[in-house]
Design a protein around this ligand. Structure first.
Ligand SMILES: *Cc1c(COP(=O)(O)O)cnc(C)c1O
Length: 294
């Protein structure tokens, strides 16, 4: 058995002990579940591909992670996104700046042409040495790396306890939560939709296969829009950070909010899988600042 790539630590928050799987420490740029989801490609010999294509949000963590992967492998990376705002174009920041510095080639298309551009990428998918990674790395190939994560969790649990365990992780495309639930049938896996609502997430999950019975979707009492600053997210982010751990402001903070809203209904130990994404906090914190929230 390979050694675990990240530690599991205890984290005391609001008077309760949690375990945290520190996948955020795997790599400063390719952190958390993106490392897990791209695991298969990280093991792939450089000569197997020459060009990688992907598409999606302009500050996405997946985009940056694929840029890191391609930089390491010497693969060209082409990324299709909707036309970026002129303010960002004047002063490129955050994940976009880092990805461009790693050689990512950005292809901007107007919002009206975006779906067609993505369809075109799909049509060319079978060309040799070329690979298309779906938005957010939502790919069946992500299964392998998430299974390695699940094995690490099992090995740790075997050594420590036979008690019930709830594994918690936020969902964008739901790929991580899905494969985690599938690989850990003996535990409960809890997640929450961060991009879109419950129906959106269920549609995403249905694309991966049958619904794992042990996967539980929790929802927040209030409705939140993805990527928007909310004062309660900022406050919780700050409180978590003061307690010793930094989480990302897009996914992690919402997951903690929902987890805390439902904490009474969860029995036994809780293991939070930290999916990284801290690198994106810089641009999010600037947005909070700009809105006068801090
Ligand atoms: C990408 C990302 C997610 C979403 O992962 P999915 O597998 O798409 O559900 C969650 N948390 C963080 C920090 C991420 O960067």
């Amino acid at each position: 058995m390979l050694p675990s790539i990240s530690a599991i630590e205890t984290f005391r928050f609001r008077g309760r002990d949690f375990y945290v799987k520190r996948d955020d420490t795997i790599d400063p740029l390719l952190s958390g579940n993106k490392y897990r989801k791209l695991y298969t490609f990280l093991q792939t010999p450089p000569q197997d591909y020459s060009k990688i294509y992907s598409y999606g949000g302009i500050q996405s963590n997946a985009m940056l992670s694929i840029a890191v992967l391609c930089h390491q492998k010497g693969w060209e990376f082409h990324y299709t996104a909707k036309t970026i705002p002129s303010s960002l174009k004047r002063d490129i920041t955050g994940n976009l700046k880092l990805a461009m510095a790693l050689g990512m080639r950005l292809h901007e298309v107007s919002p009206a042409d975006y779906d067609e551009a993505v369809a075109l990428l799909r049509a060319q998918e079978s060309e040799p040495k070329r690979l298309l990674v779906s938005q957010g790395g939502a790919d069946p190939l992500a299964k392998e790396g998430v299974e390695v994560l699940a094995e690490e969790v099992k090995a740790w649990r075997r050594e420590h306890s036979d008690d019930p365990l709830t594994v918690v992780t936020p969902s964008g495309t739901g790929t991580t939560a899905y494969y985690l639930a599938q690989a850990l049938p003996e535990y409960k896996v809890v997640t929450t939709p961060v991009i879109g609502n419950r129906e959106y997430l269920l549609t995403q999950l249905a694309r991966l296969g049958t619904y794992p019975e042990n996967l539980h979707l929790l929802q927040s009492e209030k409705k939140y829009h993805f990527g928007k600053p909310y004062v309660e997210f900022l406050k919780l982010y700050q409180e978590l950070k003061q307690s010793g751990l930094e989480f990302d402001l897009l996914y992690g903070t919402k997951m903690w909010l929902v987890l805390l809203e439902n904490i009474e209904s969860i029995e036994g130990d809780i293991l939070y899988v930290h999916s990284g994404g801290i690198i994106g906090n810089e641009t999010m914190l600037q947005r909070y600042d700009y809105k006068g929230m801090s």
